[in-house]
Design a protein around this ligand. Structure first.
Ligand code: SF4
Ligand code: SF4
Length: 103
């Protein structure tokens, strides 16, 4: 049976990882942790498929279908009764997870 808590589109190709640490820095849910030699996928069930990790991985070691945008930002906005704004995911430009433009 499908469970959104245990099945996501997140795929980690550990063999490609160069241990740059970006995924663990940008993930808002601590799905990845920095390891001694490779990033460690420690909480895949917490992934909200925002795409920030994949967008920041320089060697494409992470794949995720982030077509719906950042679920965290969407839920947060709904709870606050406001429009969705930027979250701290650090995703690609143009997404809800985009970093603020530098002035
Ligand atoms: S898609 Fe978002 S929530 Fe999921 S592991 Fe990557 S940064 Fe974390
Ligand atoms: S961003 Fe990519 S290369 Fe960097 S630690 Fe994460 S998986 Fe490894």
């Amino acid at each position: 049976m499908f469970s959104s808590y245990t099945m996501t589109t997140l795929r980690y190709h550990r063999d490609r990882c160069i241990n740059c640490g970006r995924c663990s820095e940008v993930c808002p849910h601590a799905v990845f942790l920095a390891g001694d030699e490779k990033a460690e996928l420690v909480r895949p069930e917490s992934c909200m498929e925002c795409g920030a990790c994949a967008g920041n991985c320089p060697v494409r070691a992470i794949e995720v279908d982030s077509g719906v945008g950042c679920a965290w930002a969407m839920i947060s906005a709904a709870l606050r009764g406001k429009d969705m704004d930027q979250c701290s995911c650090g995703g690609e430009a143009g997404s809800c997870c985009a970093e603020p433009e530098k002035r």
